[in-house]
Structures are given as structure tokens and as C-alpha cells.
Design a protein around this ligand. Sequence first.
Ligand SMILES: [Zn+2]
Length: 700
Amino acid sequence: MHSRWSDDEAQEYCRRYQAVGDAIALRVYTSHLLGRDPELVLHGGGNTSVKTVAADLLGRSVDVLCVKGSGSDLAQVEPAGLPAVRLLPLRELRALPELGDAAMVDALRSALMSSRSPNPSVEALLHAFLPHAYVDHTHAHAILALTDQPDPERHVRAALGDAVLVLPWIMPGFPLAKAVALAFEQQPQVRGIVLAKHGLFTFGSTARESYERTIELVDRAETYLRHQLGGRPAMLVGEPAPLSAAERHLFVQQALPVVRGALAVAAETPFGQAWQRVVAVARLGDLVASFSAHPAARELCHSNPITPDHVIRTKGPYLFLPRSVAVDGDACRREVHAYVAAYENYYHRCARQRSKHMLRPQPNVVVLEGVGVVAFASSRKAARIAADLAEPTLRVKAEAHALGRYTPLTDDELAEMEYWPLELDKLGAQVEPLLAGQVALVTGAAGAIGAGVVEALLAAGACVFASDLDGPRLAVVAERFAPAAKGQLAVGAHDITDPAAVAAMFGACAATFGGVDIVVPNAGIAHVSRLERMDDARFAKVLAVNTTGTMHVLREAAHLLQKQRTGGTIVVQASKNAFAPGAGFGAYSASKAAALQLARIAALEFAEFGVRVNVVNADAVFGDDQVPSQLWQTVGPDRMAARGLDAAGLRDFYRKRSLLQVPVLPRHVGEAVVFFASQRTPTTGAVLPVDGGLPEAFPR
Ligand SMILES: [Zn+2]
């Protein structure tokens, strides 16, 4: 590990943050340097501070501590994320024999210079009690590998000599702040303090000094580790060999729906029993695959995390599944039940006195033997964070295992962190969206209606796998929704007339999100021709997409949904033409009527495994310039010519044709899909028109 300090960059930060002064500007700079190195901190871990001077309302100078706000991320922190707290009232607290969490937060908040600031870090007192201008705290992996041991001090001493103090695990907050200050005062020559099984503190009179002490100490720890291990530990170099990369990708397509189904929980809601599901993020790199193939993997997975900071994201133990179990629904459920029973036991032993409310007892991280690691959560973002933490965790556990004996926090120590209200506050208020944890697959997603369905499903909190034959048009849709999608949108180009491509589409969806719950066969094409002039090949093509393609998607959906055993929703896009056909539109009307009939058959057949199948009949959905309706691009010119209208006139004609006389938007169709996907009514085999009201197309 090398220092990334650059005088030019430092000056650039001082220019950029001129308004707050150099002391804070450089604090922001080295916070970014620390935060952007995943070997030092991940996802909001760690904290930093600077002691400086601020002016109060009367213009008097006040000593303040600018310390990272709770819940912000060092990699992106801005000056506003380093709230200023009056230093003196904080330091006075040290005289207290003890201080409860609520009182500590009150004291921190009442010392803030601005009432609009976020809560200062739970480690703010530790920063305040140390005398240095700059204090840096990280959860450096190399330090954790050395200290997650039966004797945490031994390897630290060998690696870092007398440069640091080593403290045993102490719960963060007031007790840790006092212990660190006292230890430092007894040995003020040290450059840093190692907190066993937690991380590292360094300090200095300048931003650069404190930062470079972190780098120097971590570099020495890394060098020591390399030297002791003689390179990568056996667990990480593929002995015994994991599956090949290609085999891993195929395996997760098969296994993730099974595992995800086993992790879903049937919950009582005001609308009856509903599945609470989770979405997956899989990491299948060589390193984690090698780890997971090793005989020691199971035991290390089941052990507590490398630093308690991870517990609210990943839980303590990860669930280890042999490959034969991960593809067997019954065996997989038995393993999940065993994990849940162990978690409940842990909660009752160690956490119940702290909290009356047990957190979700299902595992957040699953390690698949010889394949890799998969994180699960109700949102893609939370799953990605857990995966980001789990991946290096496995490496550090392997290193600690090779160095001596991996020895993390005890269950009691971990429970104190997992159920610490100040730690849980970092997750923020959690209001789950309607379709949280659900995965939707939409075909024909590059068309106007498809895009409207994608938009509505994303807005309802679902993960969406958007497929279309037309890659470039799909890219337009992906670009439009990417900012709002928060990583919950994936796209793939597939031809639904090809059964192998449809199987690959569901496989890709399963590999990306873990499975599927909501399937929207929506792809369709149109052809304008009277019967007397109908071209056989064109007719067959329309049937191949609109009818046979729908059948392919229904068939493959049935396979995947049955594997999960958690029911599901299918919403077929038919058309107003299924009930009210149009002259010159035989291929489309007949193929959509057949698709509608297939949906009704699916409703009959799939009910036995809890899948509801309904139909949306839309009409006159034109889309916009960026994502226009392909149907209307095909049909429009003919209709305009027949009626002597321009494009705007045609839209107006169709609007006025309906009872409600309102335009039908793609998003309207999407909302109909969301309604069915919410499963708030026990409805299957139904047709919902989204057409502004057309008497001749009333369902019958
Ligand atoms: Zn920490």
C-alpha cells in the first residue's frame, strides 16, 4: 500500500473548498483518499475528523471538532458531511464515569454549531478526547487479518513493533473513547492505535501526517502478512479447484432461483399471505470461488465477521451450501431452517435483553461451494453492499486462517453491535416499496408500452430485467431509466421466437437478480394487410412473435417459477384488438387473440403452483419521440392516409374515439401491471382494458 497524497491535488482541494478553509479542505481530501481504497474502508465504514476554529454568532472564535456525520461515506464526504461540534463541552464529558447512548447523542447534538447538521459519528468522543488536529479511523483488512486471532497483540507487535498501541475489543461509544484516550496518554509517542478485531486509529498534526501514518502502518501489516504466508494462502489459489468460470455462471442460473425461493418468507398482510422476497447479487470471481471450494470454507463461513461494522449488512455467519444442496429445493430449505434456528438461538442468548424485536433471521450472504458468494436483500443496493463486504471478508478470513486460527468477536460482542440502536440508525428509516424484493422480466421492453411497464415496475421498487430483440432501442430505454433505477435495471437482447434464446433470457435474469416473480410477455409486432393479399411469410412471422413467442415465455416462466416455489404473477399484453379486431389487421388481431387465450390457459394450469395470470388490453398507446410505439410506426401511415390526418391528428382521433377521451400513456399500462403484481386482489384469468373506454372492446 502506497500513499496517494499529491501536493497538486491537495492544492486543488484547497481551491475547491476555499469557503471552508484549508484545514477542512484537506480533511475532505484525505477522507476521500482513505474512502476510495477498499482495503481500508467499505461503504460508510471508518471516520475522520479535524480540530479547527469556527466563529460563533457574535464573531468569537470557538474550538470545534469537524467529524464525519453518522451514515455518510468517506469516499464522497463533503464539508457538510463533517458537522462542526464545540470541542470543549465534548471534552468535559470525559469526567463522567459512564454515559448512555441516548445521553451521548443528546450531548453531541446540543454541541453542534448548526442544528441542521447530521448526527456526528458515534466515535466523535474518541476523536475529541485525542489531542491531535487530525484523526483517521479505518477498518484496514490487513490489520483485521492480524488481530482476528486468539492473541491479537502477537502479530501486531511482530509487524508494527512499538509504533502502535493494541487495545482489545471494546464496544464503540463512550467506553472506547475513554479507553483510547487513557491508553494514548500513557504512551504518547505512538503513531496509531490498533483496535483488535475492529480497525486502526492514526493521528497527526496535519492531514498528510495522519493519513500517511495509516498507509505506513497498513503497508507494514500487509508486508508482514505476505511474508508470513509466503504468498496467497492455499484457500485462495484453487486447491482444490472450483468450477470453471463458465460452469459457475451456468450453475448460478440453476441454483439461485432455488436458494432465493428458500429464503423467501410467507408473511401475513391485510390482503392475505404474501411472499417477502429478496434479490441477489452474485460474485463469482476466482478468489471467492477458490475459497468456497476449500474444505475449511464451511467453518469459516459460519464464523462471525472480520469487523463488527459489517454485521448490520451481512449478519454474522454466512450460509454455506454444497452444490448438491443449492439445486435441491427441499435440502436447501432444510439448511435455511437450520440457519434460522441458529440465529433465533443467538438472538435469545445474546440480544433479547437489548431488543424486543428480532431482526430478520434469514441469512444475508450465501456461499456456494466451488462457485462463489451471493448476497441477498430486499433491494439491489443493499444486496450489492453486502456482496462488497462479503467478497474481501472471505479473503481476510482465509488469510487469518492461514496465519494462525481465525478468531473473530464472540456472539455476545457481535450482538451488542448488531442490536446497538446507534448502529441500526445507519440503515436509515426503512419504508419498503410495494414490490420490494421482487424481480420482473419484461419482453418487448424497447417499445412504448414495454418502456412504460419497465418504468412503473421500477417505480414500485421491483428489479427489472428488460429484454427486446432490438439492442440499440433497448439501450435508449436503459439510458432513460438508469438514473431512477438505482441499479435495479438490467437489459438483454433476446429473440423470443427462439426457444433457446428464451431459456437464455430467463437464465440471465436468474443470474442477475436471483430469479423472477413477475413476467410480462409484451413483445409484439404488427403487419397491415387485408386477407386477400396476405403474405404467408409475414403472417407466420407475426404469429411467431405474438403467439408462439408468448407461449415460449409462458413455458419458461412456469419452469422458473416452480423452481422458486413462491408463486408469482404473469401479465400478458394482449390488445384491444383481441375483442375488437380491425379490418386489414388480421395477423395482429388473430395472433393477439391467441395470446389472450394462452394466458387464460396459463391461468388454469399455473394456479396450482400459486401463479396468477392476467391480461392487459391496451389501445392507442403512441409513446413519445424518444421511445415511440413500433406498432404505430407500422400502422400509423396507413391509418393517417385512410383518414387524411397527420400524426397529431391521428392521436387526437384515437383519444376522442374513447369514452373517457383521454390519451392512453405507456405508464398507464405499466400501472395496470403493477396492480396485478401487487396481488392485492385474488384475481387470475382476468382482462383489464387500458384504452380510455371502448364499448366494442369490453372484455367478454
Ligand atoms: Zn470503526
